[in-house]
Design a protein. Structure first.
Length: 252
């Protein structure tokens, strides 16, 4: 048995052990306006999963902590799980920082290296694609976000499809998008949100499938809106001073 086969077999065994207990990975992208936001990765392995993944958890945490610190973010670990948060400015900056934190290449002997997402310790590399395109329209920025996560290598038997009533061995991988004005359009080829609120949309990603999310939303332009507010105040002051109040007296 060659090394790639052994490594793949070991990954499947570890995955089966971790998924036999509660496992949850939540990725949240929050956009505050067109030049500020943050992404948060929350991981809950459960007591048994944490104990079984200890060997891979320590180096994973060390690597993430170094990279998150360089980007001005934070990483917190407690008895419930792990949560890391990283700020970003524009859409392209989000993609760059996301790849710096999670994306790694894993070379195999005789094969080109494959890049994937290290979403959680013990899950190996998961093929992904994240694209964010922004166009500034003055007062707002038109933003298109595409997120693909290939979970076809993950077994479906131990992953829970109903997040509302998870069982003792349920496992969930979810994606959350938070925007101040909500989502305006979901592509016909995109997976539909399982939960849709005025400023938030949630997706439960399906194991054993290629998950594709393609949405369009608008973000407020803080500079443009601030300029409009200043101009408005100046006009209101002018009207109050020269239209409603008596004109200023001239000194003789």
């Amino acid at each position: 048995m060659n090394w790639p086969t052994c490594r793949r077999l070991g990954f499947l065994i570890l995955l089966a052990l971790c998924l036999s207990s509660c496992f949850q990975a939540d990725l949240t992208l929050r956009f505050d306006h067109h030049v500020h936001g943050q992404f948060t990765q929350s991981i809950y392995l459960g007591e048994r999963g944490t104990a079984l993944a200890t060997a891979s958890l320590a180096p994973w945490l060390a690597a993430r902590r170094r990279q998150v610190g360089r980007l001005g973010g934070s990483l917190r670990q407690d008895a419930e799980g792990i949560q890391l948060t990283v700020p970003f400015s524009t859409g392209p900056d989000l993609v760059t920082r996301f790849q710096q934190v999670f994306a790694e290449a894993e070379p195999e002997p005789g094969l080109p290296s494959s890049q994937g997402l290290l979403l959680a310790p013990g899950l190996g590399l998961i093929p992904f694609n994240l694209q964010v395109e922004q166009r500034n329209w003055g007062l707002a920025s038109r933003t298109q976000l595409i997120y693909d996560l290939d979970l076809r290598e993950l077994p479906t038997s131990k992953l829970q499809a109903d997040r509302a009533a998870p069982s003792a061995s349920a496992s969930v991988i979810s994606f959350r998008l938070q925007t101040p004005w909500g989502i305006r359009q979901v592509s016909p080829k995109s997976a539909l949100p399982t939960v849709s609120l005025p400023t938030e949309a949630d997706w439960l990603l399906q194991p054993g499938q290629l998950n594709h999310i393609d949405v369009l939303f608008w973000l407020p332009n803080a500079v443009g809106l601030g300029t409009v507010a200043i101009v408005g105040l100046v006009l209101v002051g002018y009207v109050l001073r020269y239209r409603w109040l008596s004109p200023p007296r001239r000194l003789s």
